[in-house]
Design a protein around this ligand. Structure first.
Ligand SMILES: [Zn+2]
Length: 59
């Protein structure tokens, strides 16, 4: 699934972050990622620039 990229927020890898338009989108993305990588720990947060929600990986 292709998401739009935020024009302001970058992740640790230097790539612009995906925009998840709603909480439901970000939660289903977390479920999908964790079904593939059960050990990964993810948080989501509201974009401070008003571009929906972003995922962030806990380290
Ligand atoms: Zn953002």
């Amino acid at each position: 699934m292709a998401y739009r990229k935020c024009s302001k927020c970058k992740g640790l890898n230097g790539q612009f972050k995906n925009i998840y338009p709603s909480i439901n989108d970000v939660l289903s993305a977390i479920r999908y990622i964790q079904s593939e990588n059960p050990s990964v720990r993810l948080n989501y947060y509201k974009c401070p620039h008003g571009n929906g929600y972003h995922l962030t990986e806990k380290v």
